[in-house]
Design a protein around this ligand. Structure first.
Ligand code: SAJ
Length: 442
């Protein structure tokens, strides 16, 4: 069975249909950019609410407003479905499903496997398949390729297969799916070529590399770089604390170096669904090759220590106010994993909450982006940030430095205040108590 003669050129056709499996923070912006460039998109998702919402022109993704999605849906350029059999309608398929960690902190590629099975079941000559989900080097060749070739089709001849990592940074005001350079590596050079033809229709800059593994490792390196450097400044914070030095002052001073230094800032730990997770995919893969990725393991240990360090500061601040943690009313400000997002996945704030409750504190939180959180068997609701909520708390703890917070008001109204993000640095009334600027009032 030979590929249709069009081969790579097929992906230039005006009547191309691009399938996107997974309509989340990666899939929806990808669908949006492709459709805006005139490529018909058929999105696949297992959540009926997501499918229904998209088909009604409603976006559930911060970075793609419904007002911009709706016209594309009405023009028939974006359609969503839960029917995986419709994969056969697609000339190309981008797989944008989650790649989380399992409970044992090992790669969970179950979503990738499910998507691969659906693509393989409908695979036909001429199709291009691209995995975008962040994963360990070797996934494309070891998992997707055998499943697809089992259909009797030859990669690079009868179909194309690539890896092209997503580089979506939610809420980033400058970089989006269209203008962020996109790496791509195929199982064969013709696979890479096919991927370049497709993506160059709606991505400004494509960066071809020599193999799927090179593309997979590129993405993991990018995010491991962040995890390790964040761990470095977190260890610097612990070191500075023991030396009675203000780590933020030191980092600001180091950042004046115009070359050879890149600023990262300490905080309550490492959150998000990318940075804390992706390096463990590489660790796991390298263990199968009898190699221990020491930087990754050490960074993970140090980043995991930060919630304990912050709780230590809360304990010290309450102690100065002659109060035990046990029985104290503690208000957490911000539980999202980083500023101005609504995502709590792997958020260190949840660790801080868990540790304080384990010590008997009565913990509430306020986060304008996060209405409720499930912590163990407990459900917490975000409380209103009233003056009374601030002044009646035995301690207030800033864990996420959302831009919308009025830090002068928080400093003024709080009796005891711990700042894990140095968010109150510019507030005149913020007295520094103890080392660094962790304890702002006590
Ligand atoms: N963090 C620090 N100190 C820092 C930077 C981050 O403690 O100096 C913490 C954050 O609060 C958060 C975690 O680390 O809890 C991760 O922060 P992040 O800025 O890396 O945020 P993410 O997870 O949204 O990372 C995404 C990534 N994008 C992709 O994977 C496509 C990452 O590669 C981007 O570099 C990052 O956004 C970004 O630059 O914003």
């Amino acid at each position: 069975m030979r590929m249709s003669d069009e081969g790579v050129e097929r992906f230039r056709a005006p009547d191309l249909t691009l399938g996107i499996i997974g309509l989340g923070y990666v899939g929806v912006p990808l669908a949006f950019e492709a459709a805006r460039a005139g490529v018909r998109v058929l999105g696949f998702d297992v959540k009926e609410t997501v499918v229904a919402g998209i088909n009604e022109g409603r976006s559930h993704i911060q970075d793609v407003p419904s007002s911009e999605l709706d016209p594309l849906v009405r023009r028939g350029l974006i359609e969503a479905t839960g029917d995986m059999a419709r994969m056969s309608e697609c000339d190309a398929v981008s797989i944008c499903v989650p790649t989380p960690l399992s409970k044992t902190r090992d790669p969970d590629v179950s979503y990738v496997l499910q998507a691969t099975e659906a693509v393989a079941a409908a695979l036909r000559p001429g199709q291009l398949v691209v995995l975008e989900s962040t994963t360990y080097p070797g996934t494309t060749r070891e998992i997707l390729l055998p499943a697809l070739q089992a259909r009797g089709l030859e990669v690079g001849q009868d179909f194309f297969l690539c890896f092209s990592p997503e580089r979506v940074d939610p809420a980033n005001p400058r970089w989006n799916t269209r203008n962020t350079p996109k790496v791509i590596g195929g199982i064969t050079p013709r696979c890479t070529e096919a991927g370049l033809v497709l993506y160059r229709r709606f991505i400004e800059t494509m960066v071809p590399v020599s193999s799927a593994e090179a593309a997979e490792l590129t993405k993991i390196l990018e995010n491991t770089f962040r995890a390790v450097n964040i761990a470095l400044v977190n260890e610097a914070a612990i070191i500075a604390d023991r030396l009675d030095v203000d780590v933020w002052e030191v980092i600001e001073a180091a950042a004046t170096k115009p070359f050879g230094f890149m600023k990262f800032t300490p905080g309550p730990g490492l959150g998000g669904h990318c940075i804390p997770v992706d390096p463990h995919y590489l660790s796991w893969k390298m263990r199968t090759l009898n190699y221990k990725t020491r930087f990754i393991e050490l960074a993970s240990e140090i980043n995991a220590e930060m919630p304990v360090f912050v709780v230590g500061k809360v304990r010290a601040a309450l102690n100065q106010a002659k109060k035990p943690v046990n029985g104290s009313r503690i208000l957490l400000l911000g539980v999202a994993y980083k500023r101005d997002v609504d995502d709590v996945r792997e958020s260190p704030a949840l660790d801080v909450l868990r540790l304080l409750e384990a010590d008997g504190a009565l913990v509430t939180y306020h986060d304008p982006f996060v209405a409720t959180i499930e912590e163990g068997a407990r459900r917490h609701r975000s409380v209103d940030l009233t003056d009374d909520a601030l002044s009646s708390a035995d301690a207030v703890v800033i864990l996420t430095d959302h831009s919308c917070f009025d830090y002068a008001r928080i400093v003024h109204r709080s009796r005891v205040l711990v700042d894990a993000r140095n968010a109150t640095a510019g507030v005149a009334e913020a007295g520094v108590v103890g080392t660094g600027r962790w304890i702002v009032k006590a």
